[in-house]
Design a binder for this molecule. Structure first.
Ligand code: FES
Length: 176
């Protein structure tokens, strides 16, 4: 149970917001990091914690592509297919990934390493075609770069070709 394991963290998250229900996305993110997806049990527990109904939680989970209702692979490969990326080759990128991974969008490789998804604009429109893998962005992609990224992830669990993450900006130190 989330509340048992992360009691202090959950209370700290809720305290950041004037309205309890505003903590919904951070708690869903916590649940997904814990289990690899957002289970029905977790949704019910979060609903109870935030005094929401389970359908209110469910509709948020199904709205955001970064949240999943079923177990996903260790690396969640999310390819942007919106207009600006489509104009510079997201279809070719997606086809290359499908060939290399042997799966289609919505599927996971048999070794549970990679899940492939297509998503809408990730706000990196000037550096397409691009994809997000877990919390990291990979931009200006080519077939060669994709091959290197997949090999890096299989071998090291990370890749120096990433350009993110941008979800949690780091504080910049003042120079001088
Ligand atoms: S269109 Fe792909 S990041 Fe915006």
């Amino acid at each position: 149970m989330l509340l048992e394991k992360y009691k202090d963290e959950i209370e700290q998250i809720i305290s950041r917001y004037p309205v309890r229900r505003s903590a919904l996305l951070p708690l869903l993110n916590l649940a997904q990091r814990e289990e690899g997806y957002v289970s029905e049990t977790a949704m019910k527990e979060i609903a109870r914690i935030l005094r929401l109904t389970p359908p209110q939680v469910y509709e948020v989970v199904t709205f955001y592509t970064l949240l999943s209702l079923k177990p996903i692979g260790k690396f969640h490969v999310q390819v942007c297919r919106s207009l600006m990326c489509a104009l510079v080759g997201s279809d070719t990128l997606l086809g290359w990934l499908q060939t290399r991974l042997g799966i289609r969008p919505g599927e996971t490789t048999p070794d549970c390493l990679f899940t492939l998804s297509t998503v809408e604009c990730l706000a990196s429109c000037g550096t397409g075609p691009m994809m997000q893998i877990n919390d990291d962005y990979y931009e200006r992609l080519t077939e060669d770069k994709v091959d290197r990224i997949l090999a890096d992830l299989k071998r090291d669990g990370t890749s120096p070709l990433k350009s993110g993450p941008f979800m949690v900006p780091e504080l910049k130190r003042a120079h001088g």
